[in-house]
Design a protein around this ligand. Structure first.
Ligand code: AMP
Ligand code: TRP
Length: 333
C-alpha cells in the first residue's frame, strides 16, 4: 500500500490484543468495519502484543495467538496489499512515546477509565501497573501515525477520548505535533452482548465459554451455544433494546451475519417462537463460521510472519519521524 504523503487518503489505525480467542463481538464490532475502510483510507491494523501482557500470558500461547490474530484479520477480509498489518512490539517507538505521554497524562485522567475499574475489580491494588497505564500505550499507538480515524467497538470510546485529550495537551504545552483523531463506531454491532447475560458485553475474558461464540468454534458448538442462549420472558421476535435485550442482541447478530434488516427478521419470524428463530440464527452463524474457518486455515505461519515483517518495515519510519519531532519539542535531542 502507498502509505505516503502524496496520497491524501485519511489514516485509520486500530488493533486487537492477542490475549484470548476472538469472538463474534470482535468481528461484528471491529473487524467488519476495518474491512469496509480499506479502499478509502490508509489503514494500519496492529496486533497489540504489549497490551496483552498487562495481564500475565503464557509465553508459548502468546506466540501462537499473535500469529492467529493476523490469520483472523486475513480471514475477515483484510488485504495486506491494501492495509498495513504489523505487530506493535516490532516498532519500538510505541513504548518510547508511551513513556513520554505518561509524563503528560495525569493520574486523574487514568482514574476516570471505566475499563480499568471493570478489569481490576476488587484487585485494584495488586493488578499490574501496565493494566492501569494501558490507555497511554493505546494513545501512543494512535498518535504516532497522524491518525485521523480510530474504528473500534464502543468499550474503547473513552480510551480514544483520552488520546484526544493528551494530543491537545501536548500540542498546547510544547507546540503543534499531534493530529487529534476521531473515533468511529458502527451503528449496529458496536456492542455485542454476552449470550449468557445480555446486560454484559461479549468478552474473551468472560467466565464461561457460553458467553461468546469464538470465531474458531465449530458450527456444532456454536449451534449449542445459540440454542442455550438466554432469551426474554415473552416469545415475540421484536427488536426492543430496553424491554427485550436478549432477543435484541440475537437479532443484531442475525441481521449483520445474514444481511437482513431487523424489520425483515421481525416479518420472517412473525407468529413463530424463539425455537424457530434460534434455528435460523444458528444456521446463519454456522454458514459464516464454515466460510471463515476455511479461509483462516488456509494461511501458513510463514506467510503471516512475512506480512508482519513487511508491515513493520513499511511504517517504522513514520513512527520514528513522529517520535523524533516529539523529542525535539521536549528538548531531548
Ligand atoms: P479486544 O478484544 O479488547 O482487543 O477488542 C478488539 C476490538 O473489538 C475493539 O475495537 C473492541 O472495542 C471490539 N470489541 C470487543 N468486544 C466487543 C463486543 N462485545 N462488541 C463489539 N465490539 C467489541
Ligand atoms: N485497547 C484496544 C482494545 O482492547 C486495543 C488497542 C490497542 C487499540 N491500541 C489501539 C485499538 C489503538 C485502537 C487503536 O480493544
Amino acid at each position: 500500500m502507498e502509505l505516503n504523503k502524496n496520497n491524501n487518503k485519511p489514516t485509520v489505525f486500530s488493533g486487537v490484543q492477542p490475549s484470548g480467542i476472538l469472538h463474534l463481538g470482535n468481528y461484528l464490532g471491529a473487524l467488519v468495519q476495518w474491512v469496509e475502510m480499506q479502499d478509502q483510507y490508509n489503514c494500519i491494523f496492529s496486533v497489540v502484543d504489549y497490551h496483552a501482557i498487562t495481564i500475565k500470558q503464557n509465553p508459548e500461547e502468546l506466540k501462537k495467538r499473535i500469529i492467529n490474530v493476523v490469520k483472523m484479520y486475513l480471514a475477515s477480509g483484510i488485504n495486506p496489499e491494501k492495509a498495513i498489518i504489523f505487530q506493535q512490539s516490532a516498532v519500538s517507538a510505541h513504548t518510547e512515546l508511551a513513556w513520554i505521554l505518561n509524563c503528560v497524562a495525569r493520574i486523574a485522567d487514568l482514574n476516570k477509565m471505566t475499563q480499568f475499574k471493570e478489569k481490576a475489580g476488587d484487585q485494584e491494588k495488586t493488578v499490574s501497573v501496565g493494566l492501569y497505564d494501558y490507555p497511554i500505550l493505546m494513545a501512543a499507538d494512535i498518535l504516532l501515525y497522524n491518525t485521523d480515524i480510530v474504528p473500534v467497538g464502543d468499550d474503547q470510546i473513552q480510551h480514544v477520548e483520552l488520546t484526544r485529550t493528551l494530543a491537545r495537551r501536548f500540542n498546547r504545552e510544547y507546540g503543534q505535533i499531534f493530529k487529534v483523531p476521531e473515533v468511529i463506531i458502527k451503528k449496529q454491532g458496536a456492542r455485542i452482548m454476552g449470550l449468557d447475560d445480555p446486560t454484559k458485553k461479549m468478552s474473551k475474558s468472560a467466565g464461561s465459554p457460553a458467553n461468546y461464540i469464538a470465531l474458531t468454534d465449530s458450527p456444532e458448538v456454536a449451534t449449542k451455544k445459540i440454542m442455550r442462549a438466554v432469551t426474554d420472558s415473552d416469545s415475540e421476535i421484536k427488536y426492543d433494546l430496553k424491554k427485550k435485550p436478549a432477543i435484541a442482541n440475537l437479532m443484531t447478530i442475525y441481521s449483520l451475519l445474514a444481511g437482513l434488516s431487523l424489520k425483515e427478521l421481525e416479518q420472517n419470524y412473525k407468529n413463530k417462537g424463539y425455537g424457530d428463530f434460534k434455528k435460523g440464527l444458528a444456521q446463519a452463524i454456522s454458514k459464516f463460521l464454515t466460510q471463515f474457518q476455511i479461509k483462516y486455515n488456509s494461511f501458513t505461519d510463514e506467510k503471516v510472519k512475512q506480512i508482519l515483517k513487511h508491515g513493520a518495515d513499511k511504517i517504522r519510519p513514520i513512527a520514528e519521524e513522529t517520535l523524533k519531532n516529539v523529542k525535539n519539542k521536549l528538548g531531548i535531542i
